[in-house]
Ligand binder design. Structure first.
Ligand code: PLP
Length: 493
């Protein structure tokens, strides 16, 4: 058979067609061609651009907000960030519940560089790689009932894949009629269209409503907002609302129920009653509905155990993890699933119908492996559990501040709800933009928090979230409280 003569890879080096006497350089030679072209240090912004304001329209960046100017973050260490002017910020929310092990941990960057230097990318259709095998091994060891892990990049991708997996499972089990999803309201599961369909986000629906799929909603439990006043029979707070919804959908119609076991931004750190998760687990089992625990935000140790749902001894059928598993060093998420669910697909079509170029990525997986090993070596999940009472004990002081209606959460996750009237719990008018303004005032005071609006009725409701790195110290928690108080007095006095 005639040799294919692959360029640069043949033993006898072939000649370049444009210059027949000149052989193709080997890849090692290519890397040596212009050593002077390699910068000694990483400098992303050219000197001519460094003075341009970081705002629309001057900068070429399409920013998250087009109505503000951004400080340039240049460094992070532990719980602290520094901008280009030297101003320091206490990162009380890990960016967005992401910086679990703290900023500036060199081991993680070293592990990523080592992986990238050895092998940066292969596609999951042709190869596996050591990093993805290592990450899956670590994840399933932490959730032994869920024997397979599918690795992706963002939380939205993981939720998207989890919901599709549920649907595909039922089709391949011969129950194609199970095409309905049930989700909580309020709730948030991501921004791609299926994940957004499962999210109760009225302000996004105003734009994308026409493109979203129909998801059945039941009220989320809420100790602070539900009118039941602690009534044990309350369908929303006890979980029995799920059974009513499944029955209303009709037999054999519901594929999955998705929930955040401990609420994130959309509810302000809602913790359900003790019996809630067990009740919804029993209902799902009774009606053959898959229980998807979306722990993109509350998982990875944030609430003091590896997953939030294990506080109640409950095992989901599918679990999503993201944010904290990569510590912010790389975008990485995971869908963990029971073996027998994967077995059905293996015996059927043979593959999950959710393909992405960057799934199972070697470098992002290496970042997550290093992050999980760092957490284990320093017992950071245990530390999270030990710091939780200190954190919530000190946050109690926030209740006395002007504008604060409730402080809630679990582990190193807390939501602070602002209200116009503490006695009636009446929310502020939306035009007051309290959550957004508080966040800006707090950033000016060197405190990073995460705002959210709309949890009361889709439009009204202002809260901010706190989720510091698991390494936070008692002194730094005091600093959060002091800066939070300063921001409250600035805004409300
Ligand atoms: N699920 C939950 C519970 C989340 O809180 C989020 C993001 O905040 C997502 C999914 C989506 O994650 P991402 O923003 O990484 O796509």
């Amino acid at each position: 058979m005639k040799s294919m003569g692959v360029r640069g890879c043949t033993k006898s080096r072939s000649a370049r067609p444009d210059a027949p006497d000149v052989p193709w350089p080997t890849s090692a030679e290519v890397h040596q061609l212009r050593p002077d072209a390699r910068p000694a240090t990483f400098a992303a912004v050219s000197p001519s651009r460094s003075a341009v304001p970081h705002r629309y329209p001057e900068s070429p960046v399409f920013y998250r907000s087009l109505t503000r100017e951004y400080p340039m973050a240049v460094r992070g260490e532990g719980c602290w960030l520094e901008d280009a002017t030297g101003k320091r910020y206490l990162d009380a929310v890990g960016g967005a519940y992401v910086a679990s092990i703290g900023h500036g941990v060199r081991e993680i960057g070293d592990a990523m560089a080592a992986q990238a230097g050895r092998l940066a990318y292969v596609n999951g259709t042709a190869f596996t790689n050591e990093a993805v095998e290592g990450l899956a091994e670590r994840l399933v060891a932490r959730s032994p009932a869920l024997g397979k892990a599918y690795i992706l990049g963002s939380g939205s991708e993981a939720v998207e894949a989890a919901l599709k997996l549920a649907r595909q499972y039922w089709i391949e089990r011969g129950e194609a009629g199970r095409n309905r999803i049930i989700a909580l309201s309020p709730g948030y599961h991501g921004n791609t269209l299926l994940a957004l369909s499962a999210s109760a986000r009225a302000h996004y629906r105003a734009y994308w409503g026409d493109w979203l799929v129909d998801v059945q909603r039941i009220p989320a439990p809420s100790a602070y907002r539900c009118s039941c006043d602690g009534d044990v029979a309350c369908p929303a707070c006890s979980g029995t609302a799920l059974e009513e919804a499944i029955v209303a959908a009709g037999p054999g119609r519901v594929a999955a129920f998705i929930l955040e076991p401990v609420g994130g931004s959309s509810t302000g750190g809602n913790v359900p009653r003790d019996g809630y998760l067990r009740t919804v687990r029993e209902i799902c089992t009774r009606h053959d509905v898959l229980l998807i625990a979306d722990e993109i935000l509350c998982g990875a140790g944030r609430t003091g155990t590896w997953t939030a749902i294990e506080h109640w001894g409950v095992v989901p059928d599918i679990l999503t993890l993201g944010k904290g598993i990569g510590g912010g060093y790389a975008p990485v998420s995971a869908v963990l699933v029971r073996d027998d669910i994967v077995d059905v697909i293996a015996r059927g079509s043979g593959a999950l119908m959710h393909a992405q170029t960057f799934s199972h990525h070697a470098v992002t997986c290496a970042a997550a492996v290093a992050t999980l090993d760092y957490m284990a070596a320093h017992d950071l999940v245990g530390r999270c559990a030990r710091m939780a009472p200190v954190f919530h004990g000190k946050l109690d002081a926030l209740r006395a501040l002007p504008g604060v209606g409730d402080v809630r959460g679990r582990g190193l996750l807390a939501g602070v709800e602002f209200v116009a009237d503490v006695r009636t719990r009446a929310p502020f008018a939306r035009e007051a933009r309290v959550a957004e303004r508080f966040t800006r005032v707090a950033q000016d005071a060197g405190l990073i928090v995460w705002p959210n609006v709309g949890h009361v009725d889709g439009g009204l409701g202002d809260l901010v979230m706190l989720a510091p790195p698991y390494i936070i110290t008692e002194g730094e928690i005091d600093e959060i409280v002091a800066r939070f108080a300063l921001a409250c007095h600035t805004l409300f006095d």
